[in-house]
Write a protein that binds this ligand. Sequence first.
Ligand SMILES: [Zn+2]
Length: 250
Amino acid sequence: MKIENGESRERRGQHRRDFLNVSLGAGAIAPFAGLSLFQLAPNRNASLTREQRDGMTPSQIIEELKKGNERFRSGKPTSRDYLAEKRASASGQYPAAVVLGCLDSRVPAEIIFDAGIGDTFVGRVAGNVVNDDMLGSMEFACGVSGAKVVLVLGHTACGAVKGAIDDVVLGNLTGLLARIKPAVAATKFDGEKSSKNARYVDAVARTNVTIGLTEIRRRSTILTDLEKKGTIKIAGAMYELSTGAVEFFA
Ligand SMILES: [Zn+2]
């Protein structure tokens, strides 16, 4: 019973915080436009609220991702209370973006964008390939949950891309790498076309992101319609392992 009472107190406190967040509302965002909404969200110890998320345009959300990456790579990430974020998001989530990233352990989207619990959906698979399950996940994120940005995030020195270049054959990996091979074939490159050539590997990874964006638009009517209406943006980016910088495609 004591534990339940404690939880009740915590919930009441949470409700007060939610009320404060709601009372701030989308209209209160403008005066803080110079600050990160992810950082603001709010007082650095809660997750994005529906009002904050819905108050942002897709372009503003991309700007927030860029600012978050700047904080990460400059060594000035937001000081977070994960337990507070956990409490704030347990009863509902309003993520602003869905990121399709690579399995690679060095590319954790939440960290490189300095986002907190509840701020972003993240789907990861080797080579950030688009498949039916990822498409379904992105359609849930935007069509059901209300996220406004789909970001396909490739990265430099990608092992999956190297495997596709080298025609690696290994169990179920063979089929996954087959999804990257169109990018190998489509990449125009002057120089040694080998997995040992870092510039070539990165060029193929970049093509792989571009093809991923094309595949999303070709295979998902739901996402394409949302994009045409301006409800969402579908964007691509490359993460540079050595610098920590994310370069968004124009
Ligand atoms: Zn990778």
